[in-house]
Write a protein that binds this ligand. Structure first.
Ligand code: SAM
Ligand code: GLN
Length: 283
């Protein structure tokens, strides 16, 4: 059997990823995440021989990534806000932009025993991290996908938090139980079907379409939630939506039309793109 150093193994993986039009840095991300080793370890040990079984595991993983699968589905987890979130084909891979939403909500909302609902929780990324940082607030997670909620349950256990987790479409799980929240947070599917050609092929082919696409130019779920606020949100309660970079004007116009006393606000993400629309709801 051939002798493989970490260095050689990464170089070969990078070459095969480049040939498949994938980002070469996926090679070291895979190596780090599959075997739990960090960059510094790799630098110090790059000339060392890789145990045979690691080489086989790594080659198979690289082949999947080269074929277009997001590397987080290959390793089975993604880093989010400093924590490991398990992911699978039923869940969107939580994005960096969404970490900014978690951070913003933590800055804005006090931990005083309020009820906060994360609608369309997927892996649980937003709601679980909020619950992890709060001691008094009650967090409710919902999703229409039972596969996603199974994953959110596993992630809750791994993080050592126990929020309430309910299945159902948008606000249904709350209205069914008579839950009135002080705050609604949601990163719903918001991509228009006709944006499909602009998307990364790996996202389109592998991530759940239920998590990505929405009718009405991507606006359908926001509009349903805006219309339904009186059924689930206490007057004066707050709403935080993650939005697509071109959606602020249309969505804020819609919100002001339905709730004329409400003043939507915008927060951009670290790339300077429109990303969070938030408001205090006044009916
Ligand atoms: N909150 C997670 C995050 O930020 O990483 C996942 C966001 S993903 C963009 C949208 C999520 O909404 C998916 O988990 C999807 O299953 C869920 N979803 C789609 N339609 C829904 C609906 N009608 N009611 C509730 N959840 C829905
Ligand atoms: N931001 C994600 C993407 O562009 C989509 C998430 C969403 O639709 N809410 O891939």
């Amino acid at each position: 059997m051939q002798r493989y150093s970490y260095k050689r193994m990464i170089e070969e993986a990078e070459a095969s990823l480049i040939l498949s039009d994938r980002e070469p840095r996926i090679a070291s991300l895979l190596l780090e995440d599959l075997f739990g080793i960090d960059r510094v370890y790799l630098m110090l040990h790059e000339e060392e021989e890789v145990p045979g079984e690691r080489h086989g595991i790594f080659e198979k993983a690289v082949a999947r990534a080269a074929a277009g699968e997001p590397y987080q589905y290959v390793t089975g987890f993604s880093w989010f806000y400093g924590y490991k979130m398990e992911v699978d084909e039923n869940t969107l891979i939580p994005r960096n932009e969404t970490e900014e939403l978690v951070e913003f909500v933590l800055e804005q909302e006090p931990d005083d025993g309020r009820t906060v609902a994360d609608i369309g929780t997927g892996t649980g990324a937003i709601g679980l991290l909020l619950q992890k940082h709060w001691h008094k607030n009650r967090v409710v997670l919902t999703d229409v996908s039972s596969g996603a909620l199974e994953m959110a349950g596993k992630n809750a256990e791994a993080l050592g938090v126990s929020p309430e987790i309910f299945r159902g479409s948008l606000f249904e799980p709350l209205t069914d139980r008579g839950i009135m929240a002080d705050c609604i947070v949601s990163n719903p599917p918001y991509i228009a079907y006709d944006e499909k050609d602009d998307m990364d092929a790996s996202v389109y082919r592998h991530e759940p379409h239920l998590a990505l696409f929405a009718d009405d130019g991507g606006m359908a779920l926001y509009k349903q939630m805006v219309d339904g606020l009186p059924t689930v949100l206490k007057p004066g309660g707050t709403v935080y939506f993650e939005i697509g970079w071109r959606q602020y004007t249309a969505l804020s116009t819609y919100i002001k039309k339905v709730w004329p006393k409400t003043r939507p606000q915008l927060k951009k993400d670290m790339n300077g793109q429109d990303r969070i629309l938030f408001f205090r709801w006044e009916d």
